[in-house]
Structure formats: C-alpha cells, structure tokens
Design a protein around this ligand. Structure first.
Ligand SMILES: *Cc1c(COP(=O)(O)O)cnc(C)c1O
Length: 307
C-alpha cells in the first residue's frame, strides 16, 4: 500500500499477551499493544505514537494544500525524525526548528537523510516560539507552511491517540483495569485519557526528570478537550537521570526483556515504562488480579544515538 492509503489504513496494530512466571505469580495479566509495528517500514522513525499523532495533521495539511511542514524539537526528538520521514513518504518539504546551537547526532542525521532542512534556534527565541513575532519570522523565512507544535501535540494529535484507545478496546475480550504509556509531552496520554478514562485507569510513566507532567497533561486536556477527566495518574520516578539519559540497570533490563519476549524496547521511553511497571509489580503496587495493556509507542530509532 502506498502513501495516503497506507496512512488511512484501518488495520489495527497487534495486541499480544506477554507471559512471564513473575507476573503470573503476582496475578497480573499484561498485554502489549504493538504500535511499534505501525510503521512505514521496519526501523522507520515514522511509527508508533508518532504515526498516531501525525496522521490527522498530515491529512489536514493536505486539505489545506500546504506543501511544507514546519515543526520544533530538541536534538533527540523522535518527533523531528518522524516528521521528516512522513514528509518524505507523502511529498511534503519539511523544516525542523531545533532548540539550541548547531549540533549533530544520529536522530538529526536520519531526519536530514529524509530531506529535512534545519534551523537552529537559540534557547531564548525558542522559548518564544509560540508568539506571533517568532511565527511571522518563520513564515517570512520559510514561506507558507503547516505548523506542528513541539512534540506534535495538538488537537488532531489527541484525536489520533484517542483512536488508539478505541482500537484497543475493540481488541480486548474484557476491558483492562489499566492502560500504561510512556510520556514526553504527555500528548499521547492525554489522547488516550479522552477515549479510555471511562473504561479503565490510565497510568503514565514520565521519561523526563521533574514533577511537572501532571500539570502539563492537565493543561493539554483543558486546552484541547475542555475537560481534565479523572481516572489517570503519572509516575515521575523512573526517568533514569532525565530525558535521553539511561542507567546500567535500564540497559540490562531492556536486554533481558528482549531475550524473554523477543520484543525490542527503546531507551528513551518504552524501556523506562516497562522497567517501572516491572518494579511496581514486584513491589505489589498493582492489586492481584489486575489486567493491563501496555502501549509500545515505537521509538526504536532512538537506539541510533546509543551505538
Ligand atoms: C515521542 C514518544 C513518546 C512520548 O509521547 P508524548 O505524546 O510526547 O508524551 C513516547 N514513546 C515514544 C517511543 C516516543 O517516540
């Protein structure tokens, strides 16, 4: 399937049961929603939750007859790499406004190979990127474009992530007690909350250091869904030093997870998510008899930065 048809395909990503003695012993049932397989090609950064978040934005950009996508991110942003790849597959010119001074790394290299043009923006200006003045400057410099916010989180991104929630509800025999996801901007979690919070408890694990994610998700929900809902919470204790940082324990855990289940996790998000859940299960945090769907949001291109 090519281009736009592929983007609009309604084939669900697989939902797989993960069997492990330690979880059986704890009487916790875990399934994994394989959004990592929702990708243009294996190893393509346009995959996972980036696929969900970009989908309706790409359709909107096409409807508005925009030829250019412009977006923002830090130098390790999966969203930057995903936007570049989506642009290449669907025929958009892509501009990446990167926070900070000129740098290079495998994430940006991949985006460049996918045709993205970079504009490095000093941190002061970057902080003001949502003001009319900076927007006008970008418009003058790069011409008319479809603007995607940092991390790709906007109303249409929430719509795509709400669809992920609806899709998984159709795949389960019984509604799970918990749905767990890793959070960066919190947009994916917010979208899932809108479609799932009346069915189950949403559990977010922050990939970033600090205690701001709850407020951030509330802000996203208020702004785009006009309701903060209930039935969700965020764990901020498993960042392993901060965004794009790892620890020897985390690396060892991801290796053992891959050996046990044959599924690769990414070092920025899903590794931290499963590490957290496994520890919490060991500490009997989740009640016996609980069932949980864990979202594999993809992000495997993040490994490029670690080799
Ligand atoms: C970007 C990303 C996230 C974070 O998504 P948000 O919507 O920004 O919270 C989670 N997992 C992976 C693999 C990602 O690439």
């Amino acid at each position: 399937m090519e281009g736009w048809d592929r983007l609009q395909s309604t084939t669900p990503s697989p939902l797989e049961v993960l069997q492990s003695d330690r979880w059986t012993e704890a009487d916790i049932r875990i399934s994994i929603k394989r959004d990592d397989l929702l990708a243009w090609a294996p190893d393509d950064p346009f995959c996972g939750n980036k696929w969900r978040k970009l989908k309706h934005n790409l359709l909107a950009a096409r409807s508005a007859r925009k030829e250019t996508l412009l977006t923002f991110g830090g130098p390790y942003s999966n969203h930057i790499a995903a936007t570049a790849s989506a642009g290449r597959h669907l025929g958009f010119r892509t501009i990446g406004v990167i926070r900070g001074e000129l740098v290079d790394n495998p994430t940006l290299q991949r985006a460049r190979e996918d045709g993205m043009e970079f504009h490095f923006m000093d941190r002061d200006t970057y902080r003001k990127k949502d003001t009319a003045a900076v927007k006008l400057e970008l418009e003058n410099r790069f011409g008319s474009h479809y603007l995607l916010p940092e991390g790709g989180t906007n109303a249409l991104a929430l719509q795509g992530c709400a669809e992920l929630g609806e899709e998984l509800l159709e795949q389960v025999e019984k509604e799970p007690h918990f749905v767990a996801v890793a959070s960066g901007t919190g947009g994916t979690l917010a979208g899932l909350i809108t479609s799932l919070s009346m069915h189950c408890q949403l559990y977010g694990v922050s990939a970033l250091k600090g205690y701001f994610m709850e407020e951030q998700v509330e802000g996203i929900l208020r702004r785009y869904a006009h309701d903060t809902f209930g039935g969700w919470l965020i764990n901020e204790d498993y960042h392993h030093g901060g965004f794009a940082k790892t620890s020897p324990e985390l690396l060892a855990y991801m290796a053992s997870f891959e050996e046990e289940f044959g599924i690769r996790l990414d070092p920025l998000y899903t590794g931290k998510l499963f590490y957290a859940l496994d520890q919490l299960i060991e500490n009997e945090y989740f009640p016996r008899g609980s069932s949980m769907v864990v979202i594999h949001t993809g992000g495997l291109q993040g490994w490029n930065g670690f080799v």
